[in-house]
Design a protein. Structure first.
Length: 140
């Protein structure tokens, strides 16, 4: 039979687990089913009638990296998480990066599983994709 202290420990762990699950399941808008919730207030700024930029917006690419949940699985250095670290990804070239985002199951890095969501290709327009790739190219 369980001792009273064992029962208290079991109920405490169960309660902690439930609170943790509730915290992770907050009702934040995250249309891409990633494991990192989209923080409120970090949505892309609305389009303005200002001048059109002449190239990719690295700042917007960094914002997309955060808001799409990429940082939940990928480090910006060489450290491993669920997915590989992205430092030096520019050496693979823009088309490799684009294909890895649009069709992530086409090339699976050795030692990793095919877990990346396949919705990002449809979620980003061409300009946003270029911005994200430009940001990824800055990671060394």
């Amino acid at each position: 039979m369980f001792k009273r202290s064992s029962i208290v420990v079991i109920f405490s762990l169960a309660a902690l687990t439930l609170f943790s699950l509730a915290a992770c399941a907050e009702a934040t808008e995250n249309p891409f089913d990633t494991t990192t919730p989209v923080p409120e207030g970090e949505a892309a700024a609305p389009a303005t009638d200002g001048p059109v930029s002449s190239g990719p917006d690295i700042g917007n690419g960094q914002s997309k990296f955060k808001t799409l949940g990429c940082a939940g699985c990928h480090n910006t250095d060489s450290g491993k998480l669920v997915g590989p670290g992205l430092a030096g990804i520019s050496e693979k070239g823009d088309e490799y990066i684009r294909e890895s985002i649009v069709d992530p199951s086409s090339v699976i890095v050795d030692g990793y599983s095919n877990l990346m969501p396949k919705k990002f290709g449809d979620a980003l327009n061409d300009s946003e994709m270029d911005d994200l790739i430009a940001y990824l190219n800055t990671l060394n």
